[in-house]
Design a protein around this ligand. Structure first.
Ligand code: B12
Length: 352
């Protein structure tokens, strides 16, 4: 089994949207998170550390000063936070004071049971930012105006409050699809789509860069199908696999099958995950699957994305697995295959 994943400070920044100086200062000045250190002194964050960082961000988002966060989190064990107790004392009852609202925070994500309610100042402007749908609109507007500052701000905030996965799939991706859908009405939409997809690639690349597992040779090869450059979901999938502690070989866009086969051979990966948004290059894939079947210790070949879903039956009939649409489910399946805890998809008997 793979070791629990640990993240470098670079990954932690990319995954939480918090910058490195802030992370160091939260550790040094307030002792809010204490990551492990490598023998050379580099910080390594655990998944629990990342969840705690997200919880801290949620508390800060409610207007609690950083200097009081530790106290708030410490109060969590009693089921009530100090701010809530103080507010209740002031009003003599537990319900709302004018100008304040109650926020419930689940502690499950940091390994504690139950949830806590805290009373925080009403901040009208923040409320509209609370749902990811709201972020999708802000991101779309920012892309339409090529407003990098607002884009950075909204996306980082969504990452911080939710996760990179949710921020990407529920805020940035819908904005991208909406902008993409407008290209017939407005030629400028192509420029806006490029602006937003480049931004998404930058952010996903930054996360991937910090996620190279240090202790394994790669087990999963990730690439786009030949001729296909839509690599955003592939990057997210690669990230999900990495977050499970499984090492990947990311080859990116438009991978010709001949090069793919050589890379599979040399790297010795156990699973090959391809992403296909456009229609499948059937001939090339069929040739690749055939050669693969003749290999000793052949890796499992799987394809995901809209192109694969449209051609599901054809893929199955060629002994090629189809990945679930949800990138997280797809990653779970790949990880299970890479770790040998799940059998390869059954060979079909359909005619080739
Ligand atoms: C961004 C984008 C681009 C960018 C790609 C940037 C990049 N680095 O990825 C650029 C500008 C380069 C581009 C180019 C082209 N594009 Co384009 N593009 C898009 C756009 C707007 C988003 C694509 C995307 O990232 N989707 C991923 C997420 C955001 O959305 P989703 O598809 O709904 O994904 C969900 C699931 O399907 C699943 N999923 C998706 N992919 C995968 C992969 C895996 C492995 C898994 C597990 C799950 C999964 O996850 C999502 C959550 O549920 C779409 C519009 C759209 N509606 O998707 C067009 C779109 C995909 N493009 C299209 C086309 C036609 C092209 C071009 C041919 C245009 C041209 N004439 O040059 C070229 C093709 C270039 C090539 N050779 O590949 C068409 C495809 C039509 C088709 N059915 O074949 C679309 C649908 C636009 C349209 N409505 O016509 N494109």
């Amino acid at each position: 089994m793979s070791k629990p994943p640990r993240y470098t400070i670079r990954s932690a920044c990319a995954l939480t949207g918090i910058n490195a100086n802030t992370l160091r200062s939260w550790e040094r000045r307030y002792g809010l998170v204490r990551p492990e250190r490598t023998p050379k002194g580099y910080r390594l964050y655990s998944a629990e550390d990342l969840e705690r960082l997200r919880l801290i961000q949620r508390v800060l988002e409610q207007g609690i000063p950083i200097s009081q966060v530790e106290q708030h989190l410490a109060g969590a064990g009693t089921g009530e936070l100090p701010a809530a107790r103080r507010a209740a004392r002031r009003t003599g009852r537990g319900d709302a004071e004018p100008g304040t609202r109650t926020v419930s925070l689940s502690l499950e994500s940091v390994g504690l049971s139950g949830s806590v309610s805290i009373r925080v100042p009403e901040r009208g402007a923040e409320r509209s930012l609370e749902s990811l749908g709201g972020y999708a609109e802000i991101i779309e507007r920012a892309a339409i105006h090529y407003d990098r500052v607002s884009l950075e701000h909204a996306f980082s905030r969504a990452v911080g409050l939710y996760s990179l996965r949710d921020a990407f799939t529920r805020a940035l991706a819908p904005a991208l699809r909406r902008i993409g859908a407008r290209y017939l009405e407005s030629p400028e939409a192509i420029a806006q789509e490029h602006f937003l997809s480049s931004f998404a690639r930058e952010r996903l690349s930054a996360s991937l860069a910090g996620l190279r597992p240090l202790h394994q040779s790669p087990r999963v090869l990730c690439a786009c199908a030949p001729g296909d450059v839509h690599d955003l979901m592939l990057m997210l999938l690669t990230l999900e696999i990495g977050l499970e502690g499984v090492s990947t070989l990311y080859l990116g866009a438009d991978m010709p099958s001949s090069a793919l086969e050589r890379a599979m051979h040399r790297s010795g990966v156990k699973v090959v995950a391809l992403s296909a948004t456009l229609d499948l290059p059937r001939e090339e894939l069929a040739r690749c699957a055939k050669r693969l079947a003749a290999m000793r210790k052949a890796p499992t070949l799987l394809v995901g994305g809209p192109g694969a879903l449209r051609d599901r039956e054809w893929l199955k009939s060629h002994d090629i697995g189809v990945l679930p649409e949800d990138p997280r489910e797809a990653a779970a399946l790949i990880v299970a295959l890479a770790e040998g805890t799940r059998r390869r998809p059954a060979r079909t008997t359909a005619a080739h």
